[in-house]
Design a protein around this ligand. Sequence first.
Ligand code: F0G
Length: 474
Amino acid sequence: MVYAVPLQRLNQIIMKSTYHRSWAEPYKIKMVELLRMTTRAQRLKAIREAGYNTFLLRSDDVYIDLLTDSGTAAMSDQQWAGLMMGDESYAGSRNFYHLESAIQKYYGYQYIVPTHQGRGAENLISKILIKPGDVIPGNMYFTTTRLHQELAGGIFADIIIDEAHDPLSEYPFKGNIDLKKLDQLVQTHGAAKIPYVSMATSVNMAGGQPISMANLKALYEYTRPLGIRVIHDMTRVAENAWFIKQREPGYEKHSVREIVKEICSYTDGATMSAKKDALVNIGGFLALNDWDLFEEARNLVVVYEGLHTYGGLAGRDMEAMAIGIGESVDNNHMHARVGQVEYLGHKMEEYGIPIVRPIGGHGIFVDAKRFLPHLSQDQYPAQALAAEIYLDSGVRTMERGVVSAGRKSTGENYYPKLELVRFTIPRRVYTQAHMDVIAESAFRVLKRAKKIRGLKMIYEPKYLRFFQARFEPL
Ligand code: F0G
């Protein structure tokens, strides 16, 4: 008998089709939003007008928008129905109580104060807990989080493990805290100078890298006797839980929901940007277990956000958030969410595009230092690369390097080891075919990488400069 395909290969195909199970989205599409396609000439005009900063592009000029996974999710029919159930009473809205119950049920925190988004909660907790001269250790900085700590008079100290700063390290929990670094800070400054450890799950600036449950437990055991709190940036906690399920021995059979709740149990409170994991377009909260702290937060929120039962949100927003929290901890949702990010990452690796390893939870982080080795960090390689990718295909990404890192209070630039372009994947929004287009575009740009020039900053705002800075090609 003559086989068209060698027998061994045929067996492989049969094995694969019998045993391989692809993930697919646990939803179908009810409504679509049409996208505008542009020409290269139109994109050149748009990026020049935007000062080579993708944050300053109009979204109408963007084809596939990977600027952020923040507030960009597609809500479910249940969430949209929830909007219609908004109780817009000024005080004591029923939706606030739904939100409070969802947070207690899925996260286990006792008291909550809604805020308009994550940074509203960061402002409150920084103002309440930080005294001038205090030190706030954290597993890598996040832009808004660190700025609120500094504005309250605190000094941020990075205590993430060294592997997190190395885009090539395959360590499975690059979000882990180095307890020796923390202990060093305690020895130097004394525990009284450290009001809390700012601990993030799925560390954004490291590439969406998770912290392990073992590390969290060890952290809590260390901090509790010293009276140092652990405040959890839980913006992407469910994605972190998925990685624990995949990678941490003993958690294979636990559900995302169980893991999320266990994570929260080793912390004293949390700030949440619900615009990510919780699948809403706006919203956040501060959650606490300590009644006295909660009383202060409940009082302060009135000054900055709104009454303590709405905190800058409409009743309908709180309802959508309450429903989104429940949907976010579903195993199938998380499988498809992270599966899509991994699909894009593997595709890029096949094309030889240098990316941060292991692949993270909310996007692919391209290593601009390796992509454009001829540019120094002062020539803003990640900023230049994000502009090039937009020019090539209308795919909008963002810089996560020296521009995002900003300046120290002394005026000196921070020079982060990681100089990255983030391809952030909105939740439940794009298809696998979009992922193909994105990877192909990155590959086309890679082929002419040598010709890409750096940028010069011609306008720099005082705070969070990456949002509004303007550049010119060198
Ligand atoms: N913490 C983390 C880890 C974040 O990623 C963000 C926002 C915040 C806090 C602040 O929350 O935007 O609701 O005020 N990250 C967005 C991003 C902006 O694109 O990564 P927010």
